[in-house]
Every structure is written in C-alpha cells, then in structure tokens.
Design a protein around this ligand. Structure first.
Ligand code: SAH
Ligand code: AVI
Length: 327
C-alpha cells in the first residue's frame, strides 16, 4: 500500500512582506480620492469564512452556475487541455475544483495540482484535504499573491491555469489587461487558461447577489476595516459605516462601498496617516465586473491566448472559457 503524499507548501508571502504590502496599499488607496482598498485584504481567516458563506447563499448564483458548467464539461476540459499540471489561482477552498480533479484523474493524466492563494490557513487546509482525496496527485501549494508571484509557479509538463469564480472581475480594467498579459507570459505555447467569468445580467439579480437580506456580504465588506484596525492599529468605528452596493451600468460592474455616516478622524498608526472622513464620504472596497462573452474572447486574444471553447450554464449566467497559449 502506498503512503499518501503530503502537500508541499511554498510560502512566498512572508509576514514582513505581507505587512509592507498592506501598508503600501492602504497608503496609496485610502490616501487618494476616491478612497479605495484592494480586495486581497478581504481574505483574512474571517473573510475567507464569510466568502465561503456567501457561496452558499441562494442569491449568490455565481458558484452554482460555475459548478454546473464544470460538472457538465470537466471531461472535455481535461481532454482538450491535455494538462498534466493543474494550477489554480485564488483557489480558496478549491471546492468546485474537485470536479476538474475528478475528470483529470479519471484520464490518468494528472501529476500535479498547484493551488495558489494569499489566505494561508484556508490554502493549507484545502491542500491537506485534496492530498488525502487524490493520493496519486502531488499537491504543491503556493502561498502568494497572484499579481506578484506567478514566476514562482512550478514549471514542467503541460500546464492549465484555472482562474475560477470570476475573481478576474475584481480587477480594475487596466489591472486586468496587465494580469492577463502576465498570465500569457507565464504559459508555454500549448498550455492553457480556464477562466470563469460572471456575465452581465439584470441589475435586480445582481443587487440581490451582493446585498443579501442576512447581511453576510455586508459583513464580508465591513471586515476590511476590521483587518485595518487589527493589523495597522487603526481606529475605524466600523459601526459608523453603512454598506452601499450599487450597479454601475456604464462600467458594467458592481461597486461595493462603505459610507461613513458621521464625520470621523481615523488614525492609522501602522501607515502613519490620519484620515479626515466627512459625513457621507465613501470608501470603495471592491468592484465586481460583469462580462459579455465576446469581450472575454477579445481580451484573451489581445494577449495571445486563443479561445478554444466557451461554455455557459443553462441559465446563461456565467461563462467558462478555455484558451490556449498561441505561438
Ligand atoms: N476560486 C474560489 C475562491 C474565490 S474568492 C471560488 O471560485 O469560489 C477569491 C480568492 O482569491 C480568495 O480565496 C482570496 O484569498 C484569493 N485572492 C484574492 N486576491 C488574491 C491575490 N492577489 N493573490 C492570491 N490570492 C488572492
Ligand atoms: C471573489 N469574487 C469573485 C467575489 C465577487 O463576486 O466579486 C467576491 C464577492 N464580493 C462580494 N460577494 C462576493
């Protein structure tokens, strides 16, 4: 009987590096107008748990729609990618990814799974569980920032990078094209990208998905201030903020903000800045862009990734695109 292999965990996000990066992001984002925060700081342990709870909300259709596509087409994805290494960026719990792992192991082609995430606790626990469930697959987890650490992805074999959940929608448009370009540079000719994207739909349905009656999404967004209070010694009065989600039809994105209902002086000693927030002033915590299928194909082609297949779920809510790195 063979002993199950232990996951290898490569930590590129040392506590010092992560802290310096948080300080820099907060200085740049909160110091500017309009004030904003990058979404990667939403995923401390509590934030990761809250996101997991969001994926189970009946209004948050994204996860189930993508799961339906994976359940239907995972075998075709395994076949057409021909990948022997599956990389997953922003993998979180890798729960839906099991559908891919099942299909890739059924063909006998999969040698290695490389989940990548900033949220170390969630990643370590997912890596353990996947190692135990797929003993024939070497799990090489990477604790890192996918905007900074792509060069640390293991090389060799035919690779497919999965970027699921429409996490690409959380980038601003210029960050998105830079990121897709960096992904294309990382891939060898014939390697592939599997990209999950949420599609444009009615404002009512989108608002319901991002403003659930139980307030889970609100708590997830508000948790960004809890992170700043804890990690930077800030003194945000988190209860003095209200949650303001809205659909920006021009930019085709949900815009998720926190509005200070009172004038507040906020000290952020870890960054060495003070914020003078007026009553009604807003901080943009996250955007979530929604796509048209043609736009996705255009953006991929522009960086040398040739869309080979595109699938949607039965409700046409969500798309998965398999693109191959062209010569
Ligand atoms: N792929 C999962 C999780 C999506 S939530 C799904 O489809 O359900 C977004 C995930 O990306 C979180 O686990 C978060 O920790 C991770 N993440 C966000 N920004 C990141 C970054 N810059 N680098 C690496 N991981 C990041
Ligand atoms: C991870 N990301 C794709 C989610 C989204 O839908 O944009 C994060 C999220 N924010 C609020 N709810 C879910």
């Amino acid at each position: 009987m063979s002993t199950p292999r232990q996951p290898v965990v490569d930590v590129r996000l040392s506590p010092d590096w992560a802290h310096a990066s948080l300080v820099e992001d907060v200085r740049r984002g909160l110091g500017a107008q309009p004030r904003s925060l990058p979404p990667k700081w939403l995923y401390d342990d509590r934030g990761s748990q809250l996101f997991d709870a969001i994926t189970r909300l009946p209004e948050y259709y994204l996860t189930n729609s993508e799961r339906e596509i994976l359940a239907t087409h995972a075998a075709a994805i395994a076949r057409e990618s021909g990948a022997t290494t599956l990389v997953e960026l922003g993998s979180g719990t890798s729960e839906k990814t099991r559908l891919l792992l099942d299909a890739f192991t059924a063909t006998g082609q999969l040698e290695r799974f490389v989940p990548v995430d900033v949220s170390e606790g969630t990643l370590r626990s997912a890596a353990q569980q996947i190692s135990a469930a797929y003993p024939g697959v070497q799990v090489e987890a990477l604790v890192g920032d996918f905007t900074r650490h792509l060069r640390h992805l293991p090389r060799g074999g035919r690779r497919m990078i999965a970027f699921l959940g429409s996490t690409i929608g959380n980038f601003y448009v210029e960050e998105r094209s830079a990121f897709l370009g960096a992904l294309a540079d990382t891939l060898a000719v014939g390697d592939s990208l599997l990209l999950g994207t949420d599609l444009v739909k009615s404002a009512d349905r989108l608002m319901a998905a991002y403003d659930d009656p139980g307030g889970v999404t609100e708590e997830f967004i508000r948790n960004s201030l809890v992170v700043l209070n804890r990690d930077l010694g800030a003194d945000f009065d988190t209860e003095a903020f209200s949650y303001v989600p809205f659909w920006d039809g021009r930019m085709k994105r949900m815009d998720l903000r926190l509005r200070s209902e009172l004038p507040q002086w906020v000290h952020i000693p870890g960054v060495g800045i003070d914020l003078d927030l007026a009553a009604g002033e807003e901080i943009r915590v996250e955007i979530s862009t929604k796509f048209r299928t043609e736009l996705i194909a255009e953006e991929l082609l522009a960086v040398g990734l040739r869309p080979a297949r595109q699938w949607t779920d039965s409700g046409s809510s969500f798309a998965l695109t398999l693109a191959i790195r062209a010569a």
